[in-house]
Design a protein around this ligand. Structure first.
Ligand code: GRF
Length: 195
């Protein structure tokens, strides 16, 4: 069985990254982590990944100022050098240019904490509560040029309960993210392998 070389991009806590690393401990899982990269040197997830024996790297976007392209070229080189075949964005808080997205099109997925196409962008939990929605959730999708607009791979829903705050709702959705992302990444790998 071939396992695709997986790079995970993070910016912070890294709990979704951790869920992917745990799934990939199974030698039968279709992706094998080769790199965890962060755009922030203080991302907590970097320590978790190192402790799990995964190579880590920081490419600090602040060192590049407004020059997104040079930042992305450095990131792209690191990914290529690691032999990356599929990228999972896991709380990666940089908008990627169309140059980068095009380079990795069909090989890059993201997890977003809403039931897309509702609530692209930020503050998804509060926006779902404010709209009076009965349910909220999370989506894993292919990354395409428009932010949070790529084809959906899988979704999971939870109820919005009376008295929910953005925090309580986020806490109900997060465990669903951790179950959904490994499943959706496996589906994405199958699609790449059969393409
Ligand atoms: C998650 O809610 C994810 O859906 C969103 O950012 C958050 C990242 O959390 N894109 P973590 O870093 O994976 O813990």
């Amino acid at each position: 069985m071939t396992r695709l070389n997986l790079a995970i991009l993070i910016s912070g806590r890294g709990s979704n990254m951790e869920a992917l690393l745990s799934a990939a401990e199974d030698p039968a899982y279709p992706a094998k982590p080769v790199l965890v990269a962060s755009n922030r040197p203080d991302a907590k997830g970097l320590q978790t990944a190192s402790a799990a024996g995964i190579p880590t790297l920081t490419i600090d976007h602040k060192l590049y100022g407004k020059d997104r392209e040079t930042f992305e070229r450095a990131l792209d080189k690191a990914l290529t050098d690691a032999g990356t075949e599929i990228i999972a964005l896991a709380g990666f808080m940089r908008v990627l240019t169309s140059w980068f997205v095009t380079r990795w099109e069909g090989r890059m997925i993201n997890i977003h904490p809403s039931l897309l196409p509702r609530y692209k962008g930020l503050d998804t939990h509060q926006r779902a509560i404010d709209a009076g929605d009965a349910e909220a959730g999370c989506t894993v999708h292919w990354v395409s040029a428009g932010v949070d607009e790529g084809e959906i791979i899988a979704q999971a829903a939870v109820p919005i309960l009376p008295g929910d705050t953005a925090q309580t709702l986020a806490a109900r959705i997060l465990p669903e993210e951790h179950k959904l992302y490994p499943r959706a990444l496996a589906l994405a790998c199958e699609k790449i392998k059969t393409a």
